[in-house]
Ligand binder design. Structure first.
Ligand code: MF3
Ligand code: CO
Length: 247
């Protein structure tokens, strides 16, 4: 069931979403060669709590950290640990905050020092995929127009999109209906309504689309070991467009 939020509920989502935005920027400022992903997790958790929110990911289905930190060929759900980031790596940080009875959710991919041109292009195109999707949004848009826009832009740039992980509705729960795939056929799916709140989150791969999950049962990696990037925001559907709560 897709929950359409009232204006009062959307107002209550603004704060957790602003905290997500600010935490991502703060963690991004700590990304440099030599830092461990566990240290990034601690920076995020401390900051989220300082703002009076809770890190929604911690304990979610047994997840052991406040952020996902996915390095290079890791696509999503990388568990923070003792791995040290090195010059030339990219790291995708995904996190959620809970406050006022609602969740916010966002992700960014950061460069660690100087990175090669393929990784630069991958980060840029992944963000562009998000904005291509936003261009389709208004009341009445068929749901799968979002994925069609993401997929077209990724594939036009020689990249591929993940099929196994998707965006989602968000509100009182971190994951609500509907699923929001990053692929699909234009003109199909349910029609969006004003007041729906969606997480649109392109996960884009430099190589082919195949991923597998590591023995830790969380970390998704590319089979071909080529890099992946992730960019996500929490978005409100409006009559004539969209409002992005996490930028
Ligand atoms: N923030 C992620 C999302 O975009 C969810 C992370 S899974 C968790 O849906 F277990 F880490 F919470
Ligand atoms: Co999400």
């Amino acid at each position: 069931m897709i929950i359409v939020k009232s204006e009062a509920e959307i107002d209550r989502m603004r704060e957790p979403c602003a905290i997500v935005r600010d935490t991502l920027a703060y963690v991004g400022s700590k990304v440099r060669p030599g830092v461990t992903t566990k240290e990034l997790d601690k920076y995020a958790e401390t900051y989220i709590r300082l703002r009076g929110a809770e890190p929604s990911c911690l304990g979610y289905c047994g997840y052991p950290a406040s952020i996902c930190a996915s390095v290079n060929e890791e696509v999503v759900h990388g568990i923070p640990g003792d791995r040290t980031l090195r010059e030339g790596d990219i790291v995708s940080i995904d996190l959620c905050a809970y406050k006022n009875g609602f969740h916010g959710d966002g992700a960014r991919t950061f460069a660690v020092g100087a990175i090669d041109d393929e990784k630069k292009k991958l980060i840029r195109v992944t963000e562009e995929c998000f904005w291509e999707a936003v261009r389709t949004l208004r009341a009445g848009t068929p749901l799968y127009d979002i994925g069609a826009a993401v997929q077209a832009h990724a594939e036009q740039n020689g990249f591929s999109v993940v099929r196994e992980y998707v965006g989602h509705g968000i509100g009182r729960e971190m994951h609500e209906d509907p699923s929001v795939p990053n692929f699909g056929k234009r003109g199909t799916g349910i029609r969006l309504k004003a007041g729906m709140v969606l997480c649109i989150e392109p996960m884009i791969l430099a190589g082919d689309r195949h991923v597998r999950v590591l023995d830790d049962r969380w970390t998704a990696v590319t089979v071909d070991k080529k890099p992946a990037a992730h960019y996500e925001n929490t978005v409100v559907i409006r009559e004539d467009g969209a409002e992005i709560l996490t930028v």
